[in-house]
Design a protein around this ligand. Sequence first.
Ligand code: SAH
Ligand code: SF4
Length: 352
Amino acid sequence: MINKASIFDLTTIEIEQFLAEWGQPTYRAKQIETWLYQNYADSASVMTNLPKSLRQKLAQNYLFEVVTPHVVVDSTDGFTRKSLFKLTDGREIEAVLMRYEKRQTLCISTQIGCAMGCPFCATGQMGFMRNLTAGEIVAQVLHYARQLSQEKRHVTNIVFMGMGEPLANYAQTWQAIRRLNDSSGFNLGARHMTVSTVGLVPAIRRMSKEPEQIGLAVSLHAPTDELRDTLIPINKRYPIAMLMDALRDYIATTKRRITFEYALMDNLNDSDEQADQLADLVKDMLCHINLIPLNPTPDSPWSGSPDERVYKFRDRLQTAGVPTTVRVRRGIDIAAGCGQLHNAHANRVVAK
Ligand code: SAH
Ligand code: SF4
């Protein structure tokens, strides 16, 4: 592990502080941040409006290469790109770029592995290694921003739906969101970011008090505790009624619409009766349901519902008055779809 702090972990005030300690004027902070977050600089040496001695000192004291891409795969249609990044401790994470006609959406990781152990999810199947730092989260975004800028394109949306449970790494995820949202940082509107959670009730309550207007998506996947207990082990601690209470309060406080994610699994959670139970559960809430046919993962015994079932389930919810859409499957041929992110070398710490 390299012991230098990452420059992307620092807030404006922290940058100003070290500059003050180095006897540098405060305005240098703005210059450095412009290089990092508007020009996507990946080294101090390119910061040509800073004195050479300051550039050298920055390079000596702070780490700029926090995530290093070492495998990149593009889907055959060319719209989805998955990058495997190596971190400074040799561990690896994945993040995905999805291109649409007018949008470029990033799916970003917040942890290496995940402790929640949902059996249908490839990240859950690999277990938990560690939390990512705010800088490692931010650096994934800047990597893609740098690539897209070569095509004169921008990152328009960020979803925290990659590896890990963002709300189990609350402090670092939130610091990253602030850096990404901050006008002196990446300056992306909070409404263009969405955090997806398995349903950690205390963290959802905490999130409702944050000033940033981030979107919230909740992975529901089952309308009853009996079934949800088997798909999402943490449901035993935060059962559906408790989760729904927290979400009702969240909506009342924030006045924001939430999204429920529901992965349709063949003959498991996709019956008409379950659609009706789901509609009952959410019918008076300011929400939207996003149906995702389950993507295949190595150790999962379940498979995705056939298209006909998916559309029938959607129609039944819509008839009951619940706004429902089917998520377009992306990047399945490169295992970059929802819940497919993992890596075979996760436990191997590569010597540096
Ligand atoms: N830990 C968070 C965010 C990461 S997972 C969460 O669980 O919400 C992002 C989304 O992918 C979640 O809705 C998750 O339930 C879903 N997912 C996981 N495995 C999947 C699979 N095999 N097929 C489809 N969606 C899956
Ligand atoms: Fe973790 Fe989300 Fe996967 Fe569950 S679905 S194991 S919470 S990443």
